[in-house]
Design a protein around this ligand. Sequence first.
Ligand SMILES: [Zn+2]
Ligand SMILES: [Zn+2]
Length: 174
Amino acid sequence: MSLYIRIQDISDHKSFHHSGEVPLANMEDLVTLAGKQTGCADFDLQLSRSEEIIFLKGAIEGKINLDCDRCLERFEHCFEESFSLTLSPVVPQQSLAKDQVLSSEDLEVGFYQGESIGLLQILEEQVVLGIPMKRICSETCKGFCSQCGINLNLKACICLPPDQLDHPFSDLRR
Ligand SMILES: [Zn+2]
Ligand SMILES: [Zn+2]
């Protein structure tokens, strides 16, 4: 299965369907942002063309590995992103650098260059969008004790909550 689609395979009047899976370990930006990845994401694309303009509608889903912000353990996060894009050819005299092509802030419009569309970058952008702001392994994750540093998901400790620490005799008052 290919991560490239030849423009000539997309017919002018009939939409073109392409689906498959992409190894997440191949997504360099994702690995930079979220560390080592295993497994694949499944994607499903529908492409159509009007002369040189390509319309792409798609979805991608899978599991990414993240570090929990609270307990620092690795955990799997399921993501599912739907997107639609309009791709126009790069006009030669604009001579955009390759990196500029898809890093435009507004991902709804993109560019392609040459005879084919590379899917990896397009799909990776979507997976990166699927990284949650808060990376938490579970709503109930207790994280670390701020005093003894123990992972409270694994073990309990006997430290007092910080607000009680200010009172040296809090034990005596009970
Ligand atoms: Zn956690
Ligand atoms: Zn503790």
